[in-house]
Design a binder for this molecule. Sequence first.
Ligand SMILES: *Cc1c(COP(=O)(O)O)cnc(C)c1O
Length: 427
Amino acid sequence: MNRTRSSELFRKAQELIPGGVNSPVRAFRAVGGTPPFIKSARGSKIYDADGNEYIDYVGSWGPMILGHCHPAITEAAVKALENGASFGAPTELEVEMAELVIKCVPSVEMVRMVNSGTEATMSAIRVARGYTGRDKIVKCEGCYHGHEDSFLVKAGSGLTTFGVPTSPGVPKDVSKNTLTVPYNSLEAVEAIIAANKGEIACIILEPVPGNMGCIEPGAGYLEGLRKITEREGIILIFDEVMSGFRLALGGAQERFGVTPDMTTMGKIIGGGLPVGAYGGKKELMQKVSPVGPVYQAGTLSGNPLAMSAGIVTLKELMKPGVYEALEKKSVRLETGLKKVAAKYPVPASFTRVGSMSTVFFAPGPVFDYESALKSDTARFGKFFMGMLERGVNLAPSQFEAGFMSLAHSDEDIDRTIAAADEVWATL
Ligand SMILES: *Cc1c(COP(=O)(O)O)cnc(C)c1O
């Protein structure tokens, strides 16, 4: 595959932008090679600056659940733009968006829109701290909640990919308030609570982690967290920036029947435009300014383009049969890949929850950060490049989830499986 133009652009970009990219994992450092510079996308495919086509399982890291360039989203965003890009004043679109989110997400009685997932999580923990008057937060090792200081401790996604799970530049006075526990261990949560009695404001986690690769919650884990946090007066925050509107209309909390106190959202609710949101019980959300004293604001928050794209996305997802279709496509891919893997002696372990999945090149089972880190990342890199050469775009890191969209056809999926068969034979 010829990627001359991408290589030229990457060379130039590296002189102008750190690593040539505006978000680290895009630089392909974990897999080697040059990232394709993308020019356009449609349906299940993306196209690079050299005109190459790829079946895309990144979907802009989650938002593109309807497929790229969905005509209804384009129409809504263009119409919104024609009415004015931003007003810095309330709009009817924000009311409509809030109504939709509250209707769909079980834990959300009130919601505030922001501009990214990072803003959503940093605001949610501020509310939890403001409400409880406590400073400490608990997060899970390998979960990623955006790049705000408090969360850059044993974090997943790019931090794990590059081997610096705890970022320099975070003051010790901040990170000392972030306690971490392994995902899927209630014993660890009990132990950390016992050691910090009455000091923990909240536990925040991805109910189904996608940022250390996709990990399934063990039986009773989310229910157990709910019970423990209720008992201790600790705010339970589900970071559903990735899983929200993906694992079900109401996210992981609907799928697993566990309702947290607060929820953070992003990705899908913006339909590909920059957006985030946090919401929860009225009692908590009424602590937020101007009703309450917890300050949080945003010049472009509730932006009409983002609201329009998001509203259309949610409405499409509310149509009957959508999640069943996603599940069916995802099962088709999983079944095919498992068959391929069984033909070869390479250790591999599959995880999938709904339309999120990961192939770990590890013997498995993979159920937390430690077990995910046992993966052979060099082998993943080889697999990744082999798939890219065959026109399949996966996330360029072992520690990320792949996403199915409604636009993926059975033919796309079968081509993906055939490509994987060719590549696996070389691993
Ligand atoms: C992507 C993601 C974030 C960060 O969202 P940004 O919009 O990139 O700031 C936070 N939490 C989770 C679970 C995510 O997947």
